[in-house]
Design a protein around this ligand. Structure first.
Ligand code: ARG
Length: 458
């Protein structure tokens, strides 16, 4: 039986010569899959229990094996890491070698194929839960921002052109709901990973009569795969996590873009704190929004890795194939990058100063309000649109806003545009209150929306 100093591949005996060094290095995954050591060892402890329950391991050996595994787990969770050797191919082989001769009993009824799938399920489930919690921090930061600085008014835009005045809180709450959907997607992804492939063996099902539900329950997994071939080759749960992360990274990117854009003096809507700004090595006056730019830029890595993994998997035949080893670097990168972005956003958002009140009295963005007024007076909307379009043309000819038109000009445009009506209609501070529909920007609806958001956050 091999001992811990035996560094030949665990599958080596049928070969007359060892692997070519370049080929071995190309396939060696231990540098990154060692990250799965805690999951791998916990899975092995559960497997020892299954083997003992199946009567395959006698009590004394099972106890020794478990003690050795627990020792390794303590070492790993204490941050000491595994003592990897250059000859270790992957985390599974390294753990087996480090167990010493007793490790030889461990792999009855289990293959690295169901083992690595199990490790990855446990990792993805934990990562999805961690990402959901990190998203929650971003959501909380957005709520703080809206509650503290949300009562101002600025232009809501379409096509990045002034459209209609909105409450600043209404604008940023849109991001809250994006991230709330992200959080639900992460929780769903955690649920997709909540399934145990143990018992599949290499592909056809374990030849040892283990009860797969025992190990699943011990590992806190809610279900067992129905089909062993699916169990060893399925990476849908990793793609589900990747999709959730890619969507969250995409939201972080849009958020980063708005921070960059609105912090520009050309917009002047956001003041960045010094702590989240950078300077220029040449231009002494510069204050740059690199945080927003990096949120925007780094999303590319997440989207690329997710697409890369889908591309890796799309043509694979059943059951296990080595291509599947590519899943880990992709998903680790996706998780690390998304987590870091979420943490930065949660820290940066409450530090922003949001400016408002950049909508002047009589601003052209009140045009829809004027048209709606005519509709309330019985004018068909298309005609109202046409009439107000003429008012816009006249205002532009006079220098730019509705305040340039006098009483006679307004009455010539429509008898419904009395001075009394216009006093309200041309006041931008009153515009949001006219959007009282449940999902609108009226202050009382935004207050209700904030309460809903608080409730969603729990
Ligand atoms: N390092 C491998 C992976 O990540 C483990 C499974 C290897 N199985 C095999 N039959 N070569 O996929």
């Amino acid at each position: 039986m091999p001992d811990a100093s035996d560094t030949s591949p665990i599958w080596g005996s049928r070969f007359a010569e060892g692997p070519d060094p370049l080929f071995f290095a190309y396939g060696r995954s231990v540098d990154w899959d060692r990250r799965l050591a805690p999951q791998d060892i916990r899975g092995s402890i559960a497997h020892v229990h299954s083997l003992r329950a199946a009567g395959v391991l006698e009590g004394q050996i099972a106890a020794e094996l478990e003690a050795a595994l627990v020792g390794l787990l303590e070492q790993v969770t204490a941050g000491k890491g595994l003592a990897i050797l250059p000859e270790d191919e992957d985390v599974h082989g390294a753990v087996e070698r480090l167990l010493g001769p007793i490790g030889g009993y461990l792999h009855a009824g289990r293959s690295r194929n169901d083992q690595v799938a199990l490790d990855f399920h446990l990792y993805c489930k934990g990562a999805a839960e961690e990402l959901a919690a990190a998203v929650q921090e971003v959501e909380a930061a957005l709520l703080t921002l809206c509650e503290r600085q949300g009562d101002k008014i600025w232009w809501g835009m379409t096509h990045l052109q002034p459209a209609q005045p909105v409450l600043v809180a209404h604008h940023w709450l849109a991001y809250f709901w994006m991230f709330e959907r992200d959080r639900q997607r992460f929780l769903w992804a955690a649920n997709q990973a909540d399934r145990s492939p143990l018992g599949a063996g290499a592909l056809a099902g374990s030849g040892i009569p283990v009860d797969p539900s025992l190990a699943a329950a011990e590992l806190g997994l809610g279900a067992v795969y129905e089909n062993s071939m699916d169990a060893v080759s399925d990476r849908d749960f990793a793609l589900d996590l990747g999709h959730a992360a890619a969507t969250a990274a995409l939201h972080l990117s849009r958020l980063g873009e708005e921070i960059v854009l609105y912090a520009s003096p050309a917009f002047g809507l956001i003041e960045l704190p010094d702590a989240f700004s950078t300077g220029s090595s040449m231009m002494p006056q510069k204050k740059n929004p690199d945080g927003g730019e990096l949120l925007r830029g780094r999303a590319g890595r997440v989207l690329g890795a997710h697409l890369g993994l889908m591309t890796t998997i799309k043509g694979l035949p059943l059951a296990y194939v080595r291509d599947l080893q590519e899943d880990k670097e992709a998903v680790f990168g996706i998780v690390d990058t998304t987590l870091a972005g979420l943490r930065l956003a949660a820290r940066m958002l409450p530090a922003l100063t949001l400016r408002g009140a950049s909508v002047p009295h009589g601003d052209l963005s009140l045009a829809t309000d004027l048209a709606d007024h005519l509709v309330r007076k019985g004018v068909p909307f298309r005609e109202a649109h046409h009439i107000v379009g003429k008012a816009v043309q006249a205002a532009l000819a006079e220098g730019g806003d509705f305040d340039r038109l006098d009483e006679a000009a307004w009455l010539a445009i429509s008898p419904h545009f009395t001075q009394e009506a216009l006093a309200d209609l041309l006041d931008p501070d009153l515009a949001p209150s006219r959007r009282g529909v449940s999902l609108g920007t009226a202050p009382q609806q935004v207050a209700a929306q904030l309460a809903l958001a608080r409730k969603a956050l729990g």
